[in-house]
Write a protein of this length. Sequence first.
Length: 172
Amino acid sequence: MNSNVRYNIIKSISFFLLFLLSQAMGPHIKILGVTPNFIFLLVLIASLVENTTYANLFYALVFGSFFDVYNGKIFGIYTVLFVVISFLASEIYHKYFEDMTAVQVLFIVLATFLYSFVICIFFAFRDNSFIQLFTQISLPEFVYNALLGIVLFFIYKTVVKRLMSPRRSRYF
């Protein structure tokens, strides 16, 4: 089996299992009333670490749709946000800043802020309470996801390097 095919199978299964785990455990790891968005962070991190545009768009579309089905109050918004934010971050990073860890971390922070801000805007239109939503939900969610995203980024980068490195045989 080709190593890229094997890697994509492992990645798909891992993302799906983490999605299920985050849906099951998310409500139990709330901080300041907000839960982390593991799957958005993984899609974003994968798009920054790996330069495979079509695969990243596929993961963003699939897992954004899953997130919409399970958590969406406004159907389609999470799918659009996953695809647009991860695509823009990936394209800008890989075009101008290739192999710069500090820039990847900055993009994670900026993308999580953009994600929280846009969600706040959409729900503020419905409830007419932008300031309250931003200070009580979006800001804590941004901080929580940004910090978690930085940690997950370094874990993801280490795991990808290990999975994609050629295996050394004991005999060669």
